[in-house]
Design a protein around this ligand. Structure first.
Ligand code: ZN
Ligand code: ZN
Length: 319
């Protein structure tokens, strides 16, 4: 009975937790970035000389109340539960893993002769984390597109036929777990590595402070990545930073745009690996997996079990 009560508590906590995202400066849907996104959206609306009132342009019923959007909303809460039950225990291990890596380095190489001050430590750690986690996210995303069984799970994100800021949470739990394991391993490794070069004792909080790069990125309309607002950056800048429209292109059902713009914040990985498409190269796009596939993903339950069904059929040689 006690276990049942615990599970119930976790589910309740998981359902409530996503609501705090609106007040969390590390989340794209924090009210602060939603306001900045709204201002940027007004700029796009003004430039495009739209004929409808602004509120109708933003709160378009066909987008926010579409069948696809309701699947996103269900994922928002469902993944909240997955985070509390499966991912939080995983994330809690990162610090211990980092400490173990630090101990291992001290045992293997002795104490470091070069030592960093606390400020240096924060700057180097943050910069390395921003760049390496961005590269890691790109590589995982590339794998999701190129490895057939991973694509079955990632398809859920691409099955959205309308985009709104909540669509970013439309991730199959398997994808969510893969992403989190990879990021926990990376940050643990970096904490262990940088701690080795620091003389004082660092607290977990030092490493967890919201960093300025993330705030700047989120501020420049990252909530618009999943939206119908075509915010583009200058042509040259889109080779370094991905604009919201470049991510919308990633959701295009046109085969010419498949496997393009797979980066998160930086566009340089797409540029280096030859998967970059810039806004000026494209005009009109339609979101989703294409008409023939869409009916297989038009309900929340279908999106949850479809990957397992397709992988099963493949293993049985029926696909
Ligand atoms: Zn993708
Ligand atoms: Zn997306």
């Amino acid at each position: 009975m006690e276990i049942l009560a615990d599970v119930w508590d976790d589910i309740m906590q998981g359902l409530i937790e996503p609501l705090y995202y609106f007040n969390d400066p590390e989340k794209r849907i924090s009210y602060f970035y939603l306001i900045s996104s709204l201002l940027l959206a007004y700029y796009v609306y003004y430039k495009a000389k739209e004929k409808i009132p602004f509120y109708k342009y933003i709160f378009n019923k066909k987008i926010w109340l579409s069948k696809s959007a309701f699947i996103d909303y269900k994922y928002f809460f469902f993944n909240g539960i997955i985070k509390v039950v499966l991912i939080a225990p995983l994330v809690n291990t990162w610090w211990y893993l980092g400490v173990s890596i630090n101990d291992w380095m001290e045992e293997s190489f002795g104490f470091s002769k070069t030592l960093l001050s606390e400020n240096e430590l924060i700057v180097y750690y943050t910069l390395t984390l921003v760049v390496l986690s961005d590269l890691l996210i790109y590589l995982i995303h590339l794998a999701m597109h190129k490895i057939p069984f991973l694509w079955e799970f990632h398809k859920i994100h691409h099955s959205a036929t309308t985009l709104n800021p909540i669509t970013q949470y439309r991730l199959h739990p398997v994808e969510l777990i893969v992403n989190n394991i990879a990021l926990v391993l990376l940050s643990s490794f970096l904490v262990g590595f940088f701690d080795y070069y620091y003389a004082g004792s660092v607290k977990a909080a030092t490493y967890l402070e919201v960093n300025i790069f993330v705030v700047l990125f989120l501020f420049w309309g990252s909530s618009l990545r999943h939206s119908h607002v075509k915010l583009k950056y200058f042509h040259f800048l889109e080779r370094f930073l991905l604009s919201p429209f470049q991510h919308q292109l990633h959701h295009s059902d046109n085969p010419a745009h498949f496997d393009k713009n797979m980066g998160s914040k930086l566009a340089i990985w797409d540029w280096i690996f030859g998967t970059l498409v810039r806004s000026s190269q494209v005009t009109k796009i339609r979101f989703g997996l294409g008409k023939s596939e869409e009916k297989n993903y038009n309900s929340f339950f279908k999106t949850l079990y479809m990957p397992f069904k397709n992988i099963g059929l493949f293993l049985l040689g029926k696909k």
